[in-house]
Design a protein around this ligand. Structure first.
Ligand code: F0G
Length: 482
């Protein structure tokens, strides 16, 4: 995909697939969008999909499937125990990851539940390059805590660092020393660090982390949910890996880790998830929790059709043309916005384009949820649904105080092979308009605040009538456009 250059010199990604099934989209007018956003409590999770033009909420479970995935779903062998489908999936994982044992689960957080229950004890700590919301929730639920030890560059918004998701090795040693190694439940590396802009880590960094884990007899666990983007970046940006195939890089990464888990809603363009390991003792410890929470060992909450789609999706993940579509579309979007002066996380990472709300609406204090306000404003002016990834996505501390996040981001996820380039251009156009009118964006306040994972169900309202003013300004510039 990235290897094709245009005679005109234009630098745009060229799709290496064709579209054979389509879904009609609906773009409600701005007056209706305002109504829908307010009815949804200014929480983009609570919008109805029929009212959304471009759904950039997530890339989880909404990536386009290939013809081969669809056709494999037709040969799925349905059985509670011992289905042929499960055996085929197990074989594929063994071939690609070179791991002997596989535990299926209904999605990524279900794996996290099992891992946290087995390895986290009260008072233990899990050092990680960066947390993901559900990961942290499960660790905390089991009495543990986390230490975020990504390199300092990782939380700088603009940077040229190719691997902003790298773990800081000095900080890792310091955490082990200060807690004592017996208090470290495991070390967790997240491929394509979700909350700080889908930033990858390098293979070399994983090797260095492994060495420290070995020296201290600590388990290394990989969250491979966003592995495909990380693989693309290692291949593109890490000199020592230029001549390795995607499969070789994958195998080297997995071999360094004691346990690998993933959400198949992301990895493998399907649904479901699973845990892989070569360590029989660890496998035995986790196994009974699969039957307790997920289902029998040969489906773990997944349907056989999902497992077939996952099997093919994993094989297709080893194809550079396939996994580079997301990162290259994201790079296009990030670079175009950057050129227009819109504050975005650089360099472009995986998962999606991340707008820096702290800068975009710098007149708003964190207590008014700048990233949430921006998500609400963007839906109103465009019908594009993004996701708040800032203080709203955090949890209050034990005393009920707000925990302000390091970054206030509006994440615009890029579901793979779902949008055309002109749709991406539309999103860029409306974001540019909103940026020019950013002073109009006001804050949000909670009217209903759940205790756990509040961003999913929380309802908020605008602190002033700023949303009406935004609609008026839009109508002035676009008297008769949707
Ligand atoms: N780990 C990472 C890095 C993730 O991005 C996700 C999900 C999970 C674990 C949990 O997996 O959803 O299958 O239970 N991320 C989704 C997102 C929800 O929108 O970024 P899950």
């Amino acid at each position: 995909m990235g290897r094709i250059k245009f005679f005109s010199g234009e630098n745009i990604p060229l799709e290496m697939h064709k579209v054979r099934i389509v879904q009609k989209l609906n773009l409600p007018c701005i007056e209706d969008r305002l109504k829908f956003m307010q009815e949804a409590g200014n929480n983009t999770f609570l919008l109805n999909n029929r009212d959304v033009f471009m759904d950039m909420l997530t890339d989880s479970g909404v990536n386009a499937m290939s013809d081969n995935q669809q056709s494999a779903m037709l040969i799925a062998d349905d059985s509670y125990a011992g289905s042929e489908t499960f055996t085929r999936l197990e074989k594929t994982l063994e071939d690609i990851f070179q791991t002997k044992y596989f535990l299926p689960a209904h999605q990524g957080r279900a794996c996290e539940n099992i891992l946290a229950q087995v390895f986290v004890e009260k008072g233990t700590v899990v050092p990680m390059n960066y947390h993901f919301t559900t990961t942290m929730a499960h660790i905390v639920l089991n009495g543990g805590s986390i230490e975020e030890i990504v390199i300092d560059e990782g939380i700088k918004v603009t940077s040229k660092h190719p691997f902003k998701g790298n773990m800081d090795l000095y900080k890792l040693k310091a955490v082990i020393k200060s807690y004592g190694k017996e208090k470290v439940a495991f070390v967790r590396m997240e491929a394509g660090t979700n909350l700080i802009g889908g930033q990858p880590f390098s293979l070399q960094n994983l090797k260095d982390v492994k060495k420290i884990c070995e020296e201290n007899n600590l388990l290394l666990i990989l969250d491979a949910s966003l592995l495909s983007d990380n693989l693309h970046f290692i291949k593109q940006r890490e000199e020592a890996c230029k001549n390795m195939s995607i499969k070789e890089i994958t195998q080297e990464m997995i071999a360094l880790c004691d346990v690998t888990y993933f959400s198949a809603r992301k990895l493998g363009f399907s649904r479901g998830g699973g845990i892989c390991t070569n360590n029989k003792d660890l496998y035995m410890k986790m196994r009974e929790l699969v039957t307790l929470y997920e289902g029998f060992l040969t489906y773990g909450g997944m349907s056989v059709r999902e497992m077939e789609a996952l099997r093919i999706g994993l094989e297709e993940t080893m194809d550079e043309d396939i996994i580079s579509q997301g990162p290259l579309f994201i790079e296009y979007m990030v670079n175009e916005l950057d050129k227009k002066g819109v504050p975005v996380i650089t360099p472009a990472g995986g998962l999606g384009c991340h707008i820096n709300a702290m800068e975009f609406v710098k007149h708003l204090p964190q207590s008014q949820y700048p990233a949430g306000a921006l998500a609400s404003a963007l839906y109103i002016v465009s019908g594009v649904r993004g996701m708040e990834r800032g203080s709203l996505s955090e949890q209050r501390d034990a005393n009920g105080n707000e925990v302000f996040s390091n970054m206030e981001l509006l994440r615009l996820a890029m579901p793979r092979r779902v949008f055309t380039l002109s749709q991406v251009k539309y999103a860029i156009d409306r974001i540019e308009w909103l940026y020019k009118n950013r002073e109009l964006i006001g804050g949000l306040k909670f009217v209903e605040e759940p205790k756990t994972l509040r961003f999913f169900f929380g309802r908020l309202e605008a602190t002033t009538n700023w949303q009406d003013e935004l609609v008026k300004a839009f109508r002035k510039d676009f008297p008769d456009s949707l």
